[in-house]
Design a protein around this ligand. Structure first.
Ligand code: UDP
Length: 459
């Protein structure tokens, strides 16, 4: 039984790590459980809360269905949250105390609204500890794939065996099971080859996930058992409930930090079926100005229609500058937006393929919707996700950088052309889409897992 107090409507507090790729799946999940009559309070840092509220769509459905609350992250309004060291230190230092205060405030204000369960992102393991100390049921939610989580849970053993200390200490591959792509030194889920400080912080965040293994009886995950049964079998309490798609719940709110530019849907309507290359790198990946230019010239060279998400901080944190004359030359067949309604875009019949950084959420979006991938991983688990996409599931191709890590326009053109004419990859993508669809409908594995969880919440 999860609900701590009999007879009351369950009230769940959900807390993600303050980043888009963590807020999105938990917000989708929040909607799914609220569809089942469960009261949800979604807690962000004040900074993220403000972004969310500023980007809320007009209909403002989120506020009426989900309680949005916030707590300080310990940094002042003008302080640099892009400094990962400073922000993670601050989060760890101040957020647990504020979370405890928030729960006490809610629980003291109304007996019927007491928080019965805390669902925390595995990277905020401290929130599970807060809940446990307060005698509240805690549930972990993993925003990455089961293969990544299995490796993270194995870190203590890997450290003891002298394999890992943040980096891989020898050239030996880490093989967790036959069907899980092996982890190499450039495929570690906390890897950031371009910035070793970030890598160290990602490793610390990975360590934060480990308590979830024992602190919670339930470990929810945005995946499908059949997609990765070997990794799921390594994690005793895992409950795959994915793919979490906004289209599977009432309403479409996904907790975006930036307003979605919906004009791209009207633009897609005008493009031929199966013609458009959708290019999006999630919320954090950045390219050098040079690599950005080359990507622009690569997708221009293909000559197909394209929809490209270029965030305002996409090129080394500042506004991108396009190659000379690019915007004029592609005006007829290219559309650039600063944030797209990604699921709706991927589900549009005009879209042919997804040039993606392979963040786990984007991976689940593409798998659930059946779109072939062209993989351009940037950091963290994205390299390993690429291995799943290309080597295990065979629903995509990777781009080969040159010896300096640079991806040329010719490589981009070549791989896009190979991808869109590869019927085997398209058929595999369709097969996985069907598998994912079946998993979330009555009788499917994710459906059953979700029902089991919701029923337990209600008891
Ligand atoms: N996304 C979106 N619009 C965009 C780009 C991304 O809605 O233009 C969403 C996408 O559906 C996914 C999330 O943002 O849910 C990005 O998460 P992911 O794990 O793919 O990457 P991250 O941002 O964590 O690197």
């Amino acid at each position: 039984m999860l609900a701590a107090t009999m007879g009351r409507r369950p009230h769940v507090l959900i807390i993600p790590f303050p980043a888009q790729g963590h807020v999105t799946p938990l917000m989708k999940f929040a909607y799914q459980i609220s569809d089942h009559g469960i009261k949800v309070t979604f807690v962000n840092s004040d900074f993220i809360h403000e972004k969310l509220v500023a980007a809320l769509p007009d209909e403002d459905e989120a506020r009426s269905r989900i309680g949005l609350a916030s707590i300080p992250d310990g940094l002042g309004p003008g302080e640099d949250r892009k400094d990962p060291l400073k922000s993670t230190d601050s989060i760890l230092r101040v957020m647990p105390g504020h979370l405890k205060e928030l729960i006490e405030k809610v629980n003291n204000s109304n007996d019927d609204e007491k928080i019965t369960c805390v669902i925390a992102d595995t990277t905020v393991g401290w929130a599970l500890e807060v809940a446990e100390k307060m005698g509240i049921e805690s549930v972990a939610f993993c925003p990455c794939g089961p293969g990544t989580l299995a490796l993270v849970f194995d870190i203590p053993r890997l450290i003891e065996a002298g394999h890992v200390n943040g980096s891989l200490l020898n050239e030996e591959l880490i093989c967790l099971a036959k069907d899980i792509p092996a982890f190499s030194s450039n495929r570690l889920p906390w890897g950031c080859p371009s910035d070793l400080t970030v890598q160290e912080i990602l490793f610390r965040l990975a360590l934060q996930c480990i308590p979830a293994k024992n602190l919670s009886n339930w470990l929810l995950c945005n995946s499908v058992y059949e997609l990765d049964s070997s990794a799921c079998d390594l994690i005793p309490n895992i409950l795959p409930i994915g793919p979490l798609l906004a289209s599977n719940h009432l309403g479409h709110y996904t907790g975006n930090f930036w307003p979605e530019d919906s004009t791209c849907i009207g633009w897609l309507d005008k493009q031929p079926a199966g013609s458009v290359i959708y290019v999006a790198f999630g919320s954090l990946a950045i390219l050098s100005q040079n690599q950005f230019n080359e990507l622009a010239l690569g997708i221009e060279l293909v000559g197909r229609p394209f929809l490209w998400v270029v965030r305002s901080d996409f090129t080394n944190g500042s506004a991108a500058e396009y190659p000379d004359g690019f915007i004029e030359r592609v005006a007829e067949h290219g559309k650039i937006v600063s944030w797209a309604p990604q699921e709706k875009v991927l589900a549009h019949p005009s879209v042919a393929c997804f040039l993606s950084h392979c963040g786990w959420n984007s991976t689940m979006d593409g798998i659930g919707i059946g779109v072939p991938f062209l993989c351009w991983p940037y950091f963290a688990d994205q390299f390993h996700n690429q291995s799943y996409i290309c080597d295990k599931w065979k629903v995509g191709l990777g781009l080969n950088p040159d010896e300096n890590g640079f991806i040329s326009r010719h490589e981009i053109k070549k791989k896009i052309e190979m991808l869109v004419s590869d019927d085997g990859i398209k058929a595999n993508a369709e097969k996985l889409k069907e598998m994912a669809r079946k998993s979330v409908i009555e009788g499917g594995s994710s459906y059953k897992n979700f029902q089991t969880f919701v029923e337990a919440l209600k008891q």
